[in-house]
Design a protein around this ligand. Structure first.
Ligand code: C2R
Length: 186
């Protein structure tokens, strides 16, 4: 009888560990960008997600250059378990909007001030000026860090631990400003 209980506890623990490792490694956020040249900007989103302990995947997907890959990525994203997509692109930045048109997931757009961009304005306007019905939550030009934070906040609506980490992060911001405020008066 005792051995039976021990075996049950052991099996449950193993199952729990497998489940935990599985959920920890299944990407919840997909970070995509139109070109490898965007990576220097988009890395900031990945860094934030790492800080919050949110599993993510990262890839190059272009609506212009790899339309079939873009279609498959957007169509499959929800079924693969992703909860949010962060899409960065520069110039004629159609990637975030096209992905948003193909998925029920929230899409956060990062306008990248790329080498072919007119000061970031074209990237910003082509991402933010979406027609009614197909929103892209657009952050500031090159603001991939904010995209990561927003993704964490969305995940946090259904995950108390992540929400707590976001709140702690906001406290850190407040402490930093208060410290600068004290320092500047010295
Ligand atoms: P290259 O540096 O490869 O020439 O790319 C990329 O996001 C990048 O910022 C220059 C810029 O072109 C953008 N690009 C898009 C899309 N695909 C690539 N805007 C798209 O599908 O929207």
């Amino acid at each position: 009888m005792f051995e039976c209980q021990l075996f049950l506890i052991y099996s449950c623990s193993v199952l729990f560990i497998i489940y935990y490792l599985y959920t920890m490694s299944t990407p919840l956020v997909g970070i995509i960008m139109g070109s490898e040249s965007d990576l220097v900007i988009m890395n900031a989103a990945a860094e934030v997600l790492k800080k919050f302990g949110i599993a993510y995947e990262i890839d190059i997907v272009s609506a212009h250059r790899t339309p079939e890959k873009m279609y498959t990525y957007a169509k499959d994203a929800s079924g693969r378990g992703l909860k949010v997509i962060i899409a960065g692109a520069g110039g004629a930045a159609h990637l975030p909007g096209m992905v948003a048109s193909l998925t029920p997931l929230p899409v956060i757009g990062v306008p990248v001030k790329s080498s072919n961009s007119i000061d970031g304005w074209d990237s910003l306007l082509s991402i933010v000026q979406m027609p009614n019905g197909v929103p892209v939550a657009t952050v500031a030009v090159n603001a991939a860090q904010n995209a990561g934070i927003l993704a964490a906040q969305i995940i946090g609506t259904n995950d108390k631990l992540i929400q707590k980490k976001v709140s702690e992060y906001k406290e850190e911001l407040k402490d930093k400003v208060n410290k600068s405020s004290d320092d500047i008066k010295k």
